[in-house]
Design a protein around this ligand. Structure first.
Ligand code: ZN
Length: 427
């Protein structure tokens, strides 16, 4: 069969949407605020277990050989014409945040399944084997570490460290994996695909607002978090002359203004983002100059050099402000992940696949973390983004992509998987 005739195959949109609905009914709850049905399928909860069992059953019904590894990632393999070649892998996650929607993660898993079902319908065997998968605890809401399953599978986080993580009730990842029947016996770290491709909802407003059908994801931005403890002198708001004050609230406000000015300056690239999400004064009274303020700074940048410069310049500014306002600033780095750049050839292939289908596609940077960034450390990787209605809102019950949007993304996934699995190679 030639690539040309294959390119004409399209997925069954009704079947894809029906599967999304059926999985979305597991852990469904009525959200009072939004007055819609949301999804609550926390990692390794009974709802996650029920979702896992359903998807694993679907994997097997599609003729795939399913297996679960020691961190609960579940893979399903399809033979290729050349079984010695490493597979092309596609997948995502089926756990959700406590107030989630039907599409985040699920579209990537069930989209990959729909590709397999379509290949089955048309009796197509690819040259390379194919693997589809769902990964454990992508959201990190329950045990505090996101992309947990894929990070263990690709070697960033040691298995024993992941096992020891506990939830708010002190229950460990290992015990909960065993409790839901997904403590698998396949060793972690053995799967090294030729390529990884993940389909996901954008979780932002860009595609829908700019009228694009699809996003070709270029990478994931770097993250730098710091916690600031700013100490001054608590005093009376009326009796203390302005020149006598050591006001940590003013210091926090100035730092907050500064990080926004840094973004606007363009000096750190066009895509720097900065947020002071926590500003907590103590004692927190209207007529008391605070003695201490706890604040956080979240910096994002797709350019690691620009991120380093921003961090250094912010360090210097904090010192300057501390001297100027006579406060002390203790600055602790609480998280830092480098930017991830996806594979240029795979990004270009997403664009080409979109073009063939007449879809309007733009390159886009992922604002959130994804399983694909973990796999990008072991093989060439890219992602396909689907637009979402309601400004692309996600991690919210109102999260919604239309059948057309989902079908465009999964048809692109289908042609990507066909193209990547036809590639020659030694392994
Ligand atoms: Zn997700």
């Amino acid at each position: 069969m030639t690539t040309n005739t294959r390119a004409q195959q399209t997925i069954n949109t009704d079947r894809l949407m029906a599967s999304l609905e059926e999985l979305g009914a597991i852990g469904a709850y009525h959200d009072e605020d939004a007055d819609v049905m949301g999804v609550r399928r926390l990692a390794l909860s009974p709802e996650d277990a029920e979702g896992r069992r359903l998807v694993r059953k679907w994997f097997e019904e599609a003729g795939l050989t399913a297996s679960t590894d020691a961190i609960g990632n579940t893979y399903a393999d399809r033979m290729g014409l050349d079984p010695d070649l490493s597979p092309v892998m596609s997948g995502s996650h089926i756990d959700s945040v406590p107030t989630g929607g039907k599409f985040d993660g699920a579209l990537g898993v069930l989209g990959a399944l729909e590709v397999i079902r379509t290949l089955n319908d048309h009796d197509i065997t690819t040259r390379r084997p194919l693997t589809i998968a769902f990964f454990t605890d992508e959201e990190g809401c329950r045990f505090g570490t996101d992309m947990l399953g894929s990070a263990v599978a690709t070697g960033r986080i040691p298995l024993e460290q992941a096992y020891a993580l506990t939830d708010a009730d002190g229950k460990s990842v290992k015990d909960e994996l065993a409790a839901i029947g997904f403590l698998g016996d396949e060793p972690v770290g053995q799967r090294r695909p030729a390529a990884f491709i993940e389909c996901h909802v954008e979780q932002g407003p860009s595609l829908i607002h700019e009228g694009f059908d699809l996003g070709a994801v270029t990478g994931v931005q770097g993250i730098s978090w710091r916690k600031l403890t700013i100490t001054g002198a608590s005093a009376h708001a009326g009796a203390t002359p302005m020149s006598f004050r050591k006001d940590p609230g003013l210091a926090a406000a100035k730092i907050n203004c500064r990080i926004h000015e840094m973004c606007a300056s363009g000096e750190y690239g066009p895509d720097m983002r900065a947020t002071m999400g926590v500003i907590t004064p103590e004692p927190g009274m209207i007529n008391v100059i605070p003695g201490r303020v706890t604040a956080t700074v979240d910096l994002r940048n797709p350019d690691d050099d620009a991120m380093r410069r921003a961090e250094a310049d912010l360090d210097a500014y904090q010192q300057e402000i501390a001297e100027q306002l006579q406060v002390t600033i203790d600055s602790q780095q609480t998280a830092r992940t480098p930017a991830v750049a996806f594979d240029e050839a795979v990004i270009a292939a997403v664009e080409a696949a979109a073009r063939v289908q007449g879809l309007k596609c733009r390159r886009i940077l992922a604002g959130a973390g994804h399983d694909a960034q973990e796999w990008s450390t072991v093989c060439k990787t890219a992602m396909i983004f689907t637009p979402g209605l309601h400004d692309g809102i996600s991690h919210n019950p109102r999260e919604l992509s239309t059948p057309k949007h989902c079908a465009d993304a999964v048809n692109t996934l289908l042609s990507m998987i066909l193209a990547l699995s036809d590639e020659a190679g030694n392994a």
